[in-house]
Design a protein around this ligand. Structure first.
Ligand code: MRU
Length: 336
């Protein structure tokens, strides 16, 4: 059983500390909105939907501290720019803050609703997505789009879980995902806990893998999907999509509709977070490069829609052209 990635307690928001996995399973308690903002910045909690849920609880904590809610929202919104789920959740919390009675009770109820809805979306997304896989499937994934990156169950890894629940045999290759190693430290750990056959590969190995054995699908998560289907996800996803296209391997993006940003026409407008270069100058806690070595450290890249075979959401499997498919999926659900 995986520990809960996010857990509301009387004292505050308890987060599984993802910086310590897999060697230590420790929790980190956030009692204030500032502590939640710091936890998102330093990646105690990470993954687009999980960041959104954490920020929602952060707003509830701000109400408990009687802090200015617009200021709290601005602080949380300044933590990480790419995953739109953060801004989607803050917009929902802002709406919930307008109303009668105790704001803390209202905001806590809304945060809990966002938390529960995310798990339900992932289960539904998983059921739709597993239909794309054969009875015996070999899948490559990148970064961590699992239970740890969401409120639970996962998006890309939710599809793998649903495939196993449907009686399918799933073999997984997890890109290690430099520089933060979410693939090896988090995805491999999470899947091993669930008894999956999972093998870690270095990011540059997917081409060799696809030349050497049949691969049925690449499945990744998303941090922001533009109106035309262009998708921002962890750095290295675009390379993997190019390799998959070269080998005629279907490339699937798994994400809840809260990851879709129809206000941006294409991926070019997606803000890409650049993180401290020290992340690249270190590996496994050891310094590899002196601080003066120049590095470039964008945390995400954009995979163009033309390389994406399908986008799997909680409402079903969307096929190109994604513009109309995404609009149809979102109709009935107002985007804040
Ligand atoms: O920098 P991170 O670890 O927050 O990046 C996470 C990813 O890129 C995930 O693939 C994405 O958020 C989808 S999580 C369901």
């Amino acid at each position: 059983m995986l520990p809960e990635p996010l857990l509301w307690t009387e004292e505050g928001l308890s987060l599984l500390d993802q910086r310590r996995l897999p060697l230590a399973v420790e929790r980190c308690l956030c009692r204030t909105v500032e502590e939640v903002a710091r936890a998102i910045e330093v990646m105690v909690v990470r993954g687009a939907p999980a960041i959104g849920v954490a920020a929602a609880y952060g707003m509830a904590l701000a109400a408990r501290e009687r802090r200015s809610l617009p200021e709290a929202s601005a602080r949380l919104g300044a933590t990480r720019p790419t995953a739109v789920n953060l801004f989607w959740a803050l917009a929902r919390m802002e709406k919930a803050s307008a109303g009668e009675g105790d704001p803390f009770a209202r905001l806590l109820a809304e945060a809990k609703a966002i938390h529960e809805e995310d798990i339900a979306s992932n289960r539904s997304l998983g059921r739709h997505g597993q239909s794309l896989l054969p009875r015996k499937a070999t899948v490559v994934t990148h970064c961590n789009a699992g239970a740890l990156a969401t409120a639970g169950y996962g998006t890309a890894l939710g599809i793998l879980r649903a495939a196993v629940e449907a009686g399918k045999l799933v073999t997984v290759f997890a890109d290690e995902t430099r520089p933060r190693l979410q693939g090896s430290l988090l995805t491999a750990w999470e899947l091993l806990q669930d008894g999956f056959d999972v093998t870690v590969i270095a990011d540059g190995m997917s081409g060799a893998l696809m030349r050497s054995r049949p691969v049925d699908a690449v499945i990744v998560g998303a941090d922001r999907i533009a109106a035309n289907g262009d998708t921002a996800n962890k750095i290295g996803t675009y390379n993997l999509a190019l390799v998959a296209a070269r080998h005629n391997v279907p490339f699937y993006v798994a994400a809840p509709l809260s990851t879709v940003d129809v206000s941006l026409l294409s991926g070019e407008a997606i803000p890409i977070e650049e993180r401290d270069g020290e992340e690249l100058r270190f590996a496994g806690g050891e310094r590899l490069l002196p601080v003066e070595f120049p590095v470039w450290n964008p945390a995400f890249d954009v995979t163009p829609a033309e390389l994406i075979s399908a986008i799997v959401t909680e409402t079903g499997v969307l096929r190109p052209p994604f513009g109309s498919a995404l609009r149809a999926a979102l109709s009935g659900e107002a985007f804040p």
